[in-house]
Write a protein that binds this ligand. Structure first.
Ligand code: CS2
Length: 480
């Protein structure tokens, strides 16, 4: 596993040429391992001037300072079993954080005449959506609308930055979502436009006319860094890199070819520009992210710490594959040229990568934001088609058990979710059928009419009871 530091592949382009052309919001492990690796590879291929200014809005100001101290350079280690390939990414010019630099600096960066593209990895909850549109009751959105010069949300920041561009007579921007939401570009556009319309209809019109919000499908498994993974990276590099990241070798980026102005040549780095991203997004969200959530909840309940450990359980492994092929694939329009059986096999192989310690509890976070597109969308399709969906039901019921905060043997599980308080209150005052009914009444997760749809609630109740009575592994064996 250990390699001499000389095997580190360093940027070979002239970094002094880089200009602030791309603003990335939400710099974290995933963006470093994905967007920035594609961007770095593009710079290696082209030697162009597309520099990146990377920002975060809330936590992580200290991490950004560490990155600035390293001149924006960080290592990405691609791990597969015993193999580790090291790249140093040189695309970042500087970082910004409102607590450190002031919100006005972030806004000025968006209003920089040289800027052309904003990329976003702000997670599902960063879009402040409710039922497919901006949630005007969201605390952050309400606060931002009352003081738009000092936004606290990504949506408020983007809209105010665009307002400054409009006032300065500058061209619009491409705002590219890289989060795991279906039609992520469309949802991002809706959030920004609805916000702008509240602020100033003329701004909303200007955004509609000058900005573009392409959708994109992003894929690379990137576990959160731990002390152990930092140690592993440090051993491989021959020195510590506090900004470094470990991830899998696989990376994919399918981007809707709809840019407002200049477009980085990410295709030279392996990205695909396509007319319609939707089939790729749905395939990835349902097969990969859907089975990830399935394994996260059921695996965590059964005491499995990581996805690779889940793959050591024959029943979990077989069930994850069956979920993909029997309960997710039939709900999809598969993109031309994709063989779903091979896609599913490749996912199982990626999950079994023992070098990745991808925690089930990490993937289990924010379930209320993830379930709709990962599992419930397929359920609606099954209900309409009259198909059964036993594994999806166990995944949803597994999430509900997970929400009670402990594994089958009573070990505590973390509940990180924007609805954590509501869920914890339900768990404290109800159990069994009452608890399930309480969770089903969370309209942020379940569309109002879904629990009333014949066959839905009863199937979830049965799955919940099955898990309660027999536990995860026996329940899965029973329906296999
Ligand atoms: C995971 C994703 O944490 C999660 O919810 O399902 O981050 C997943 O690893 C990526 O989407 C893979 O591309």
């Amino acid at each position: 596993m250990n390699q001499p530091a000389s095997d580190l592949s360093k940027p070979d382009y002239d970094r002094t040429r880089l200009r602030p052309r791309l603003f990335h919001l939400g710099l974290g492990a995933f963006a470093k391992a994905h967007v920035l690796v594609f961007h770095d590879e593009m710079l290696r291929q082209t030697g162009s001037d597309w520099g990146v200014v990377a920002a975060r809005l809330h936590s992580g100001a200290k991490d950004l300072t560490l990155l600035d101290e390293a001149s924006g350079l960080f290592a990405v280690g691609e791990m597969s079993g015993e193999d580790l390939a090291l790249r140093q990414v040189g695309a970042i010019l500087k970082t910004l954080h409102p607590q450190r630099d002031g919100m006005a600096t972030l806004l000025a960066q968006i209003a920089d005449p040289e800027l052309a593209v904003i990329t976003l990895t702000i997670t599902e909850k960063g879009y402040c959506l409710k039922n497919g549109d901006l949630d005007l009751d969201h605390d952050g959105i309400r606060q931002d609308l009352s003081s738009p010069d000092t936004p606290t949300t990504a949506i408020g920041l983007i809209a105010q930055g665009l307002r400054l561009r409009q006032a300065a007579g500058l061209p619009g921007l491409t705002i590219l979502s890289c989060d795991n939401l279906p039609s992520n570009g469309h949802l991002c556009q809706k959030a920004v436009s609805s916000y702008a319309a509240q602020l100033d209809p003329v701004l909303a019109k200007w955004i509609a006319e000058t900005c573009r919000f392409p959708s994109s499908m992003v894929d690379r498994i990137t576990p959160a860094m731990t002390e152990a993974s930092h140690h592993q990276l440090s051993e491989a590099l021959g020195h510590p890199d506090p900004n470094g990241i470990l991830c899998e070798p696989f990376r994919q980026w399918v981007v809707e070819d709809a840019f407002a102005g200049d477009k980085p040549a990410w295709d030279l780095a392996g990205a695909e520009f396509v007319e319609d991203v939707a089939p790729y997004e749905e395939l990835k969200l349902r097969l990969l992210n859907g089975s990830h959530s399935f394994l996260a909840y059921l695996g965590a309940l059964a005491g499995f710490d990581t996805i690779a450990e889940c793959m050591n359980s024959p029943v979990l492994k077989a069930s994850a594959r069956r979920l993909m092929l029997d309960e997710q694939a039939p709900t999809l329009k598969v993109p031309a040229g994709v063989d779903v059986n091979r896609y599913a096999d490749a996912l199982i192989a990626r999950y079994a990568n023992t070098a990745l310690h991808h925690k089930t509890t990490q993937i289990a976070s924010d379930g209320s934001q993830k379930l709709p597109q990962r599992l419930l969308a397929s359920v609606c399709n099954h209900l309409q088609a009259g198909r059964s969906w036993p594994l999806t039901a166990l995944a949803i019921a597994g999430w509900m058990h997970y929400c009670r905060g402990h594994t089958e043997d009573g070990t505590a599980l973390p509940l990180n979710d924007p609805l954590a308080d509501q869920i914890a209150a339900l768990a404290a005052r109800s159990e069994g059928r009452d608890f399930v009914d309480g969770i089903l009444s969370l309209h942020e997760v379940f569309d109002a009419d879904l629990p009333e749809t014949p066959g839905f609630a009863e199937t979830i109740h049965s799955a919940y009871e099955l898990l309660q009575a027999h536990g995860v592994l026996a329940s899965l064996s029973e329906i296999n």
